[in-house]
Design a protein around this ligand. Structure first.
Ligand code: HEM
Length: 362
């Protein structure tokens, strides 16, 4: 059981579960500030009960969550919701600027309210998502739902880095919970609106991975794309997974050991205040009807990629410059395509009897 109440929302301060369901809700025209407050109260009550293995109001199947298996529910607000409440949104709460690599689709992008439900058991996650949607009906409509997964709980020793669908260890260089770097990267700064204190910003990018294209890349090539060995995750300049890469090292012929456009060289940001904390899940969905074969003419058999999430205090100052650098040059772009993009403000947690987002109405 992950405690629900607290200064921060529990989904930001707990490690990602094995399964995630993202729900994007669009406010109904009729949902005014007073209705919005009621809705957030109801959803908070649901989340507070379900995450503790309890029964949501009028839940006829409470047995489904009796063992919550690390369940958390995290709320993220889009600009429309903040403004509907009559509050001021942070300047960065906008769709990201367009990047040349983007092929964004509306069916995967944007949210007035984003609910992030993750935990180690799909039955619990599914029931929770249904309860939250059921109680949202009169206030909002479901725009999209995206689901993802990581290794099943217990499969790897705790603390093992996640492997993404390309087989890469993904999340090695990521500030750990409870460290000063994590805090400096994630929590809203003093210049943020008061209702966001103790909260953060969240970006969700749905990034398609070209599995067939990747099949054509050998093991060494794969290492060069990232700048790390695929098996151990160690930098190409040696050591083990958590050794520091040496970006100045050159081969005997004078070429950089870590390619100029290797993903880790282009993504690197050493100042925590300009960095992001990543939370990736894989997705593997049914192939879209009508998916068109690539140049090789092979039938399309994968609709696979990353639900790339990142926490940062200020999306414009932290996420955007990094993504812009990667859009300009990153070896990985050959095999990856962003197809969805959502930015939300994640308010702080609440105490018992309070509700998530109450600061909006102060
Ligand atoms: C499908 C898309 C992506 C894949 C497969 C991917 C994969 C990886 C891998 C394998 C690593 C090395 C291990 C690690 O430190 O985690 C890495 C590092 C990193 N990635 Fe990505 N990544 C993707 C997209 C992105 C995006 C969109 C961003 C940010 C806008 C990003 C930012 C970073 C950062 C900051 C690092 C750490 C770099 C360092 O300091 O060593 N990645 N990624």
């Amino acid at each position: 059981v992950v405690p629900f109440h607290g200064h921060h929302q529990a989904g930001v301060t707990s490690s990602p579960g094995a399964f995630v369901t993202y729900l994007s809700l669009t406010l109904r025209e009729t949902t005014d500030a007073e209705a919005l407050r009621r809705w957030l109260r109801v959803l908070t009550d649901d989340a507070a009960r379900l995450t503790q293995g309890g029964r949501a109001l009028a839940d006829l199947e409470p047995e489904l969550v009796a063992r919550p298996a690390g369940l958390t529910v995290t709320f993220g607000f889009g600009r429309a919701l903040v403004e509907r409440a009559g509050a001021t949104a942070p300047a960065w709460l906008e769709p990201l600027p367009a990047f040349s690599i983007d092929r964004l689709e509306d069916r995967y992008s944007g949210a007035d309210l984003l609910l992030i439900v993750h935990g180690d058991d799909q039955t619990v996650v599914t029931h929770t998502a249904r309860m939250l949607l059921r109680d949202s009906r009169s206030f909002a409509t479901l725009k999209w739902r995206q689901t993802g997964f990581r290794r099943a709980h217990g499969t790897d020793p705790s603390g093992t880095t996640f492997r993404n669908p390309f087989g890469q260890l993904d999340g090695t260089t990521n500030a750990k919970l409870g460290t000063a770097d994590f805090d400096a990267t994630v929590w809203a700064r003093p210049d943020a609106p008061a209702w966001l204190a103790g909260g953060t910003g969240f970006v969700l990018r749905r990034i398609e991975m070209d599995m067939d294209g990747w099949d054509k890349v050998g093991r060494d090539g794969r290492g060069n794309v990232i700048g790390r060995h695929v098996d151990t995750g160690a930098p190409l300049t040696g050591g083990t997974e958590h050794s520091e890469p040496d970006f100045d090292a050159t081969t005997r012929l004078g070429f950089p050991v870590i390619n100029d456009v290797a993903h880790i060289r282009r993504a690197r940001e050493t100042d925590p205040a300009n960095s992001i904390v990543r939370m990736a899940f894989a997705y593997d969905d049914a192939v879209d009807p009508g998916a068109v074969p690539g140049d090789d003419g092979l039938e399309v058999i994968s609709n696979t990629g990353l639900l790339f999430g990142s926490w940062q205090a200020d999306v414009t100052a932290q996420f955007v410059p990094m993504q812009a650098r990667l859009a300009e040059a990153d070896f990985l772009n050959t095999w990856t395509t962003p197809v969805g993009s959502t930015v939300v403000a994640v308010p702080p947690g609440c105490v018992e009897g309070g509700f998530i987002g109450e600061g909006l109405f102060a």
